[in-house]
Design a protein around this ligand. Structure first.
Ligand SMILES: NC(=O)c1ccc[n+]([C@@H]2O[C@H](COP(=O)([O-])OP(=O)(O)OC[C@H]3O[C@@H](n4cnc5c(N)ncnc54)[C@H](O)[C@@H]3O)[C@@H](O)[C@H]2O)c1
Length: 327
């Protein structure tokens, strides 16, 4: 086994976890991916060993911890479809909440290692003010957001009672792909706007716009898109920060500016050089008009400033990745 420090990356066979694994490898760590491959892809595990297992399987987690003796944990493994969580809340409770509980119990039997958790802006619910800061009330409006908030609560409790050092990173909309094209976004089904619009451009399909009568300048919803490589960079910074003794905290990962659905479509057309046919359908229940995060605290605490989160760059990277997968 390599003498470099190992980091356990749960969910490292998924979209964001694979990018974080690459960022860790570039920083000289060995990412040990722990994933049950329920929604991940073996092909995205390129930067360290893969251990197939479920986060809720405490004995298996313990065995992997003993085998690699990691110095920190990044916890991405979860189910992450809002719509599915509304239909099957019990699935989300079991996988995201009980799974995380099992992982944390196994970890604490080993050692309270620095722990970086994938949280989400969905923990805030309907925005009461824009930009959304970390002090914004957390009142999720779907079971997915609730499961993430529950895990944040566990971390807070375990920090206080068991000395677990933790960072919860609340991402806004992760997009883009590795600029070098080694890894990228693969979700099945895909529900994220940018890959959906690019697939529509590639396939000549009609893209759906859910509501064009919102109280926004062009009537479509505004969201905050942040490049997955920037998210990955924040994770490595969070590990460095905790290993240097930094205090536990919850931090937004946002681009701090929003783009409407129509703006995203226009940029996808420009980048792909293809027209995208569109159909306006009714609003989806629970979609706020605008979600924009404040990343001031992540800058102050981690020195994190997004480098690739200009919309054009996110879309260009995603388009290149889609092209490489279609060949
Ligand atoms: N993609 C986004 O825009 C976004 C935004 C906010 C938060 N998040 C969070 O970031 C994390 C990663 O998201 P993603 O888009 O990369 O998702 P993803 O589905 O691509 O990756 C999740 C990975 O976790 C694995 N997994 C799921 N349940 C598991 C279990 N019980 N045991 C072991 N492995 C398990 C899956 O196989 C998959 O490889 C998730 O926790 C998600 O909630 C994502």
């Amino acid at each position: 086994m390599s003498s470099a420090s190992h980091i356990l990356v749960t969910g490292g066979a998924g979209f964001i976890g694979s990018h974080a694994s690459k960022a860790l490898a570039q920083r000289g760590f060995v990412p040990v991916v722990y994933d049950n491959l329920s929604r991940g892809h073996r092909d995205l595990v390129k930067f360290g060993p893969l251990e197939v297992g479920d986060i809720g399987d405490g004995a298996r987690v313990r065995a992997v911890l003993e085998k690699y003796r990691p110095v920190a944990v990044m916890h991405f493994a979860a189910f992450a479809y809002v719509g599915e969580s509304v239909e099957h809340p019990e699935l989300y409770q079991r996988n995201n909440v009980l799974g995380s509980k099992g992982l944390l119990e196994a970890l604490l039997q080993y050692k309270p290692l620095p722990f970086v958790f994938s949280s989400t802006c969905a923990t805030y619910g309907m925005p009461k003010h824009i930009p959304i800061t970390e002090e914004h009330p957390q009142q999720p409006i779907n079971p997915y957001g609730e499961t993430k908030l529950k895990v944040e609560g566990m971390l807070r409790d375990l920090g206080r009672t068991r000395g677990l050092p933790w960072i919860a990173l609340r991402y806004f909309n992760a997009a883009g792909s590795d600029p070098e094209g080694e890894i990228g976004e693969i979700h099945d089904p895909e529900t994220h706007l940018i890959p959906l619009m690019l697939m529509a451009a590639r396939d000549g399909a009609t893209a759906k716009i859910f509501g064009a009568d919102y109280d926004t300048p062009d009537g479509t919803c505004i969201r905050d898109y942040v490049h997955v490589s920037d998210i990955a960079d924040a994770h490595v910074r969070a590990i460095d920060y905790l290993m240097a003794g930094g205090a536990s905290a919850a931090l937004n990962l946002a681009n701090s500016r929003g783009h409407s659905v129509k703006e995203v479509i226009a940029e996808c057309e420009r980048v792909s050089g293809r027209a995208i046919a569109r159909e306006i359908t009714p609003r989806r229940p629970g979609d706020p008009a605008s979600l924009i995060g404040s990343a001031v605290r992540a800058r102050e605490v981690l020195g994190w400033v997004p480098q690739r989160s200009a919309l054009e760059m996110q879309i260009a990277d995603a388009w290149r990745w889609l092209g490489s997968r279609s060949r």
